[in-house]
Write a protein that binds this ligand. Structure first.
Ligand code: HEM
Length: 500
């Protein structure tokens, strides 16, 4: 019989085990740090947590050529002119999913895993039915969500706006995606929000380990276990809905009042059936895209309104006029009349965009740019969004917050209309991305944000606390509002047609 050298000797076995792990760690370290050689200049401090200075410096030093931002996983910053070259490239050339999977450790966080069915449902079904979903599902849920999340506030009441907006957005999404009663289930709401915020903690806690070691370490990390728990809960709670869907007749499935339309559209894509785990994954991936970013933007909007109370009355006047014009009722029809609100939201996004870098992709094949520059395979690339949002050639006095910048522009320069809407995408506006991956949920997001803001403005006064408008928090490429900072809310007499 073949005998292993340590058999029967526990001390030797332990030595072999330690040696084995060390060799695996070294091999893994070698493999993970063995990156394609990048012959581009490096700009910025590898230890900086805020890359804005590097983006400004890089744009001055190398406006027309790629340079490297020395993140832990370095990123090649491409010149703005590259946007039109990369915007429509297929996954086999440049991949958004691969970038997400590698940068955010998708094996553990799910990010970057395949969710084509869900993307298609958001891009096509949800977009086509938006006005119907808005009037029959979202308005009712906004009334419930705002009242339940902000509360009575008879006197000035301090609340952390991110908690409020994340709950409201989660309820609006949930009502559209899975319907009542599940969408208001507290465990469901908690797990959905927690999944989207804890993913980053998982990525951060696992990133320092070499990739071969991560599967060994991961099961012991509390953050990873917690993420798995949320996944399991969503999977368990979705199962009866999936069974009910497949048991319903074709005519029942077409019922416009049927709850949880998005789930129904999604299940329609899985003609040969699917599993609760797969649906949970689709749902959680879409939640990662559709909860933190709109909730953060709404939070920034509330902070900006607290800082600039002079905008509140003009926005309320516009709301009142829109509702009156629409027969005293707030519905999807009103959104087209909310020109100032659209501008205020877009200006807030411009100065607080969640991404300092956009068009982030990973090359899945060698890529030769039109000027002959070669980007090797397996390289992370992106374009400075901060540079565009702060560009004086695109925005007059870019440092200045002008809430009605875009509505004024639309008035004074007829013809710029479509390009300056909040939902517009373009070469000069990457806040939603651009090209084949441009955010497919942006029309839905804009509708949710306007709806929530309308009910908040109508029913509450708000003001900043003594500490003023809190600074944003910057983590590498990401900008988030301070989730702990508070705003004060107080109930007011509502605008007719926008009561809670
Ligand atoms: C203010 C809110 C939002 C912002 C600023 C935003 C922004 C973005 C950006 C920048 C991208 C990447 C585009 C690219 O790299 O070219 C993206 C992708 C995506 N977004 Fe959004 N998003 C928002 C809300 C939403 C919502 C509400 C949904 C779902 C209903 C959603 C679903 C998605 C999906 C599925 C993708 C991936 C698209 C693909 O793989 O092709 N987003 N979003």
């Amino acid at each position: 019989m073949f005998l292993l050298p340590f058999q029967g000797n526990p001390v030797l076995a332990a030595v072999y085990l330690v040696l084995g792990v060390a060799v695996a760690a070294l091999a893994s370290l070698y493999l993970t740090t063995r990156r394609p050689r990048l012959n581009f200049p490096i700009v910025g401090d590898p230890d900086a947590t805020d890359c804005r200075d590097a983006l400004v410096e890089g744009a001055i030093l190398y406006p027309d050529q790629p340079w490297v931002l020395p993140l832990q996983d370095p990123m090649v910053i491409l010149p703005h002119s590259a946007v039109s070259e990369i915007k429509s490239l297929p996954e086999k050339q440049m991949s958004l999913n691969k970038e997400l999977y590698v940068r955010f450790l998708g094996r553990y966080t799910l990010l970057g895993q395949d969710d084509d069915e869900m993307v298609s449902v958001i891009k096509h079904d949800l977009y086509r039915s938006l006005s119907d979903v808005f009037d029959n599902v979202l308005v009712d849920e906004a009334i419930y969500g705002v009242a339940a999340s902000v509360g009575a506030c008879k006197d000035w009441t301090p609340l952390a706006p991110f908690n409020v907006t994340a709950r409201i957005i989660t309820m609006l999404n949930g009502r559209t995606f899975v319907g009542l009663p599940l969408s208001r289930n507290e465990d469901w709401i908690h797990s959905t929000i927690a999944f989207t915020t804890e993913g980053d903690i998982v990525a951060q806690s696992l990133r320092p380990y070499p990739s071969l070691i991560r599967p060994v370490v991961a099961p012991f990390l509390p953050a990873v276990r917690s993420l798995k728990k949320h996944q399991a809960l969503v999977s368990k709670k979705t199962q009866p809905l999936i069974e009910a869907h497949f048991a319903r007749s074709a005519s029942e499935k077409k019922d416009p009042n049927q709850s949880g339309r998005l789930l129904s559209w999604l299940l329609g894509k899985y003609k040969n059936g699917t599993s609760p785990n797969r649906i949970a994954k689709d749902y959680l991936l879409s939640s990662a895209a559709s909860i933190p970013i709109p909730a953060s933007l709404l939070t920034h909007i509330l902070f900006e309104l607290g800082k600039r109370p002079e905008y509140v009355e003009p926005l309320r006047l516009e709301l009142r006029a829109a509702v009156e014009k629409n027969g005293g009722k707030f519905s999807y029809n009103c959104l087209g009349s909310l020109d100032k609100m659209d501008s205020f939201i877009k200006e807030t996004q411009r100065l607080n965009s969640h991404g300092l870098i956009m068009m982030t992709r990973r090359t899945t094949a060698k890529f030769t740019m039109s000027d002959g520059t070669v980007i090797p395979k397996d390289v992370s690339v992106g374009v400075s969004n901060y540079g565009l949002n702060m560009s004086p050639t695109i925005h007059e006095n870019p440092e200045e917050f002008r809430g009605f910048r875009f509505s004024d522009l639309r008035q004074s320069k007829p013809g710029v209309g479509a390009r300056t809407q909040f939902v517009s995408t373009g070469l000069d506006n990457l806040n939603w991305g651009y090209g084949n991956h441009a955010c497919p949920g942006r029309h839905f997001a804009a509708a949710e944000i306007k709806l929530t803001l309308a009910y908040l403005l109508s029913n509450y006064d708000l003001k900043l606390g003594d500490d003023g408008r809190p600074d944003n928090m910057i983590f590498g490429l990401l900008v988030v509002p301070n989730p702990f900072a508070k705003l004060l809310f107080k109930r007011r007499a509502p605008i007719a047609g926008l009561e809670l």
